[in-house]
Design a binder for this molecule. Structure first.
Ligand code: SF4
Ligand code: SF4
Length: 526
């Protein structure tokens, strides 16, 4: 075997071999060890102690997290966010919004059948999808903004997975008691009592899942009608299928998988890790203050030899993802700050200053570790990066609002007949035919005037207006919130020549909205 040190001049890595149960470290570079297919290999890094034993298994069985109840400012804030977000989700489809007799009165409605999206006073048509795209972009940049300013606050407080997991954990606590009681029950053999308790708890899970899936479908149809139809068995099968799928996913992801989704399934923690910098707020254990850790007894026996951490493990016990923040920032930390509440309470009880675990930036940590003063957290919010994100976010929002404010509710499209392009009438005049589409985006019928411009002597009639009533302008009524298709016939007296001209449509109301389309009139060549 070749000596890897030769290929790594100046390196002093230990490549010694240990092969146990198919797991190996190797004296050889990794490539030659891989030739032994039964052995998994890894490189021995510089900082590792020599001949370190590798874990025997790459898969570790999940330990269910039974987090302990805690109270404190961050927990109360989490309560507030949970109540507000769940209320918004469950209540919004029931809010009514009067749009007159020609449009639905549901404040937020995705009307797939008619291809409309209603949001309070705003109605989005399919051709205006850029508004939805703009909102999605704003949501993305908003997440960047929040992450660069306050770390994973989205994960810790407002992400649906966090909110529903929190809800299910409260149900656990309500039915089975706090952490120790739940652990005891988990480890207890299956008795009738345990079966009944589990049955009761899982029934509540199911109800929550059902309410979640049920609320979702109410965003896609008139909520009171769909609610009635759903329970009378008259709803569309797709509604039942959607509720079933969402009930299953809610119970599975929020009720059973919980922190596993955050740690293993969700891509967002990985993206966020790349977005954090030394000025982003994260939940941090101040090891320069807490270490070496030791119980109060030890600290009393050996004054001055221990830090502030009394190794009570309260921070681990309240953590919804079950991690130990004292091991440093990690992907499992959703920055919910419940460990701050727990540790602050411990510090208060033992008469030491709060903030052994706290929101801090890496920059602050270095300063504090060197004996400097902490910065007020709000100062980390105002820095070029967050301001830039805010300006982009605000700019897109402003542009969308402007576009909404100035958008016209009247639109015209024109498609000329091309086969045949013209017809010669008996009096020598030339006729062209067109299909006009007049869009009325208001929730009331409107009269619209169609006019021909730039085509001298031209007159027009339609499929509902006789040729004997032909004129340079015609008026048609377009129903509320609809596109009306009109066949228009344009005739020019004998001697007409091929040329461009314009159709102009004008709404005959107080707004006098107008739209024009240039098209072509064809005539026989000389
Ligand atoms: S709660 Fe505070 S004192 Fe207790 S183990 Fe955690 S960091 Fe140490
Ligand atoms: S370590 Fe603290 S902030 Fe992170 S998830 Fe656990 S309790 Fe929340």
């Amino acid at each position: 075997m070749s000596n890897p040190e030769d290929r790594n001049p100046g390196g002093d890595r230990d490549w010694s071999v240990v092969v146990e149960d198919g797991i190996a470290k190797t004296n050889d570079p990794v490539s030659s060890a891989v030739a032994e297919p039964a052995a998994a290999t890894r490189r021995h890094e510089l900082h590792e102690p020599a001949r370190e034993e590798l874990p025997q298994r790459l898969y570790e069985k999940r330990e269910f997290v039974h987090n302990k109840r805690i109270d404190g400012p961050f927990r109360r804030f989490k309560w507030l966010v949970m109540v507000v977000t769940l209320a918004i989700y469950y209540v919004t489809p029931w809010i009514r919004w009067d749009r007159g007799p020609y449009a639905p009165d549901q404040a937020v409605l995705v009307d797939l059948a008619n291809r409309r999206f209603y949001m309070f006073g705003i109605e989005i048509w399919p051709h205006e999808f850029y508004f939805v795209a703009g909102l999605l972009i704003m949501a993305g940049i908003g997440l960047f903004l929040v992450t660069s300013a306050v770390g994973r606050a989205w994960c810790g407080y407002a992400c649906p997975q966090t909110v529903w997991t929190d809800l299910f954990q409260h149900i656990d606590r309500f039915v089975d008691g706090d952490r120790n009681a739940r652990r005891r029950l988990d480890n207890a053999p299956w008795t009738w009592g345990k079966v009944l308790r589990r049955g009761f708890k899982w029934s509540i899970y199911l109800l929550v899942g059902l309410a979640t899936g049920g609320a979702w479908i109410l965003y896609f149809a008139d909520a009171p009608t769909l609610f009635r139809d759903f329970f009378s068995g008259a709803a569309d099968p797709i509604a039942y299928a959607t509720v079933a799928i969402l009930t299953l996913t809610t119970v599975t992801l929020g009720g059973f998988m919980r922190e596993q989704v955050c740690i293993y399934m969700c891509p967002w923690p990985r993206i966020q890790t790349a977005m954090l910098d030394e000025k982003s707020l994260i939940v941090t254990y101040k090891d320069w203050r807490g270490e070496p850790r030791g119980s109060i007894k030890k600290a009393q026996k050996n004054p001055g030899q221990f830090g502030d951490c009394i190794d009570c493990q309260q921070c681990i016990q309240v953590c919804p993802t079950g991690i130990d923040i004292r091991e440093g920032p990690q992907i499992g930390c959703i920055t919910c700050a419940l460990c701050i509440d727990a540790c602050d309470r411990v510090m208060k009880d033992i008469g030491r200053p709060r903030g052994l675990i706290d929101y801090a930036t890496l920059e602050d940590c270095e300063r504090e570790a060197a004996g400097g003063e902490p910065k007020a957290p709000w100062r980390t919010l105002l820095r070029p990066r967050t301001i830039a994100y805010f300006l982009i976010w605000g700019g897109i929002g402003g542009a969308l609002l402007f576009a909404l404010g100035v958008r016209s509710h009247t639109e015209l499209t024109v498609a000329p007949d091309r086969n045949p392009p013209f017809m010669l009438l008996s009096d020598g005049s030339v006729r062209n035919s067109y299909t006009l589409k007049l869009r009325n985006m208001e929730s009331r019928p409107r009269d619209m005037e169609i006019a021909i411009e730039g085509l001298p002597g031209a007159v027009m009639w339609t499929d509902t207006i006789r040729a004997s009533d032909a004129a340079a302008t015609q008026t048609v009524t377009v129903p509320a919130d609809l596109v009306r298709q009109v066949r228009a016939y344009v005739a020019v007296p004998e001697g007409a020549r091929s040329q461009e001209f314009t159709f102009r449509v004008t709404s005959l109301d107080e707004q006098r909205e107008t739209d024009t389309v240039e098209t072509r009139f064809d005539a026989p060549e000389d």
